[in-house]
Design a protein around this ligand. Structure first.
Ligand SMILES: *Cc1c(COP(=O)(O)O)cnc(C)c1O
Length: 431
């Protein structure tokens, strides 16, 4: 049978169902806010409304309660939460923060905003999260914090990271944008470090268009997050803050969430459990079939943890397949339809994720705010090589989203058929 990459007929033409978590509950929530006329009641001066409106506060209470955190602080994005978190933990110019290179760019740029120097440590081969052993190697007298990413929906190795942080007196920010509802032991991802960050952007498990929530058990950090979110410098005097230490990093922003987004988010939170559980069921169904391919290694889930499957990562063995990963995946992609509700041209299958962050021009050229803050450090990002991360990204990792709720067994069977067809006709594409 001629492969679609070579001009043959695709396994499937009909688009896969869209992933849409928005329903009548959200519609009613939005109408409730619209009819109230109060689309946001935040005030950037010292006032009861400094903490936001009814929906914002209700969301924060429900979010903290759901995840078992003492405080939740909503913002207009997870990026804003990351920026505020780096400010709140007190990163100063020249401080080093160890971060994963395999993540969305904002995880590391948050460090730069406060003049910190991102130090990239390698990831684990099995779980793609920060490798505690490499984190330890990267610690210097300037290291102040670690930002770990629960990438693809899997939890970071907090057993070891927490230990390292304790020994070296480091703070940990946990970027849980991709892993809501994942757990390590009986604790939710996001509650394992000093501050955890969740995203509510359109592409995440649950969303409000744009939005984010930071959680913490530390009252002082929660206060700082709320200050940075809402024009800190305008209210500091009024709160009686005066010492130089308390003013540190208290340049405020407008990172506030509107009532509309908060109302939507409250409804979305109620759906999170079911949405993640459906992803787990779909992954189990797909893995049962895909694991018959000797050249594909299924997702390894860390012991004593659960996975949220924002993305389903597979590892491709080109020696076993007798072909390179990209040629194989290009052939599978050609067999499958594009999916609506995303970029029209996208098939929800790719090789790798984002390229290691240190490859981005901002790091390679060491230009951010002019020479600041890179001028405070002699780190040369052109010499950095996180071996595991690069091998995963450029040679081995396969990522897909065919487990999104809305996909039924027939849909997933078509995905498996595409893999089967390419494998059965592999000689057509072997060089
Ligand atoms: C999506 C994402 C972010 C940013 O979230 P926004 O809400 O879009 O700002 C940060 N980190 C990771 C790992 C993400 O996946």
């Amino acid at each position: 049978m001629k492969l679609a990459v070579n001009g043959g007929k695709k396994v499937r033409e009909k688009p896969f169902p869209a992933y849409n978590t928005i329903g009548q509950e959200e519609e009613e929530a939005v109408l409730r806010v619209l009819r109230s006329g109060k689309l946001s009641t935040f005030l950037g001066t010292w006032h009861n409304d400094f903490f936001g409106g009814y929906e914002v506060r209700a969301l924060e209470e429900e979010w903290a309660d759901f995840f078992g955190a003492k405080y939740a602080v909503s913002m207009n994005s997870a990026t804003s939460c990351l920026f505020a978190a780096v400010g709140a933990i007190g990163i100063n110019p020249g401080d080093e923060v160890i971060v994963s290179p395999y993540t969305m760019s904002a995880t590391a740029s948050a460090i730069l905003l406060y003049g910190g120097i991102p130090v990239f440590a390698d990831i684990e081969e099995d779980y793609f999260c920060l490798d505690p052993k490499d984190v330890e190697r990267k610690i210097t007298s300037k290291t102040k914090a670690i930002i770990t990413v629960d990438i693809f929906g899997g939890v970071s190795d907090f057993e070891n990271l927490s230990q390292i942080a304790k020994e070296h007196n480091l703070k940990i920010i946990e970027d849980t944008a991709q892993a809501p509802y994942a757990k390590l032991g009986d604790k939710f991802a996001g509650t394992l470090g000093d501050i955890g960050i969740f995203s509510l952007n359109y592409h995440k498990h649950i969303h409000s268009g744009e939005g984010g929530v930071a959680v913490t058990d530390d009252k002082e950090l929660a206060d700082k997050l709320r200050l940075i979110r809402n024009h800190a410098e305008a209210v500091l005097g009024a709160r009686g803050y005066s010492s130089k230490k308390e003013l540190n990093n208290m340049l405020g922003f407008n990172f506030r969430m509107t009532e509309v987004e908060a109302a939507i988010s409250r409804e979305q939170l109620k759906k999170l459990k079911t949405l993640v559980e459906t992803r787990r069921e779909n992954v189990a169904y797909l893995e049962e079939k895909l694991s018959s391919f000797q050249f594909l290694k299924m997702t390894k889930v860390r012991e004593n943890s659960t996975h949220s499957y924002y993305i389903h990562p597979l590892i491709f063995d080109e020696n076993k397949a007798g072909i390179d990963r990209n040629s194989f995946i290009d052939a599978v992609k050609a067999e499958l339809p594009r999916t609506i509700l995303r970029d029209e041209s996208e098939v929800l299958l790719s090789y790798g994720y984002v390229k290691p962050l240190y490859k981005l021009p901002i790091y390679q050229e060491r230009v951010c705010f002019g020479e600041y803050p890179f001028g405070l450090s002699d780190v040369d990002y052109t010499k950095i090589k996180c071996e595991v991360c690069e091998d995963m990204h450029y040679n081995k990792l396969v990522t897909h989203e065919f487990m999104r709720p809305g996909m039924d067994k027939d849909d997933m069977d078509d995905v498996v058929k595409a893999f089967e067809k390419v494998w059965e006709n592999i000689d057509e594409i072997r060089k």
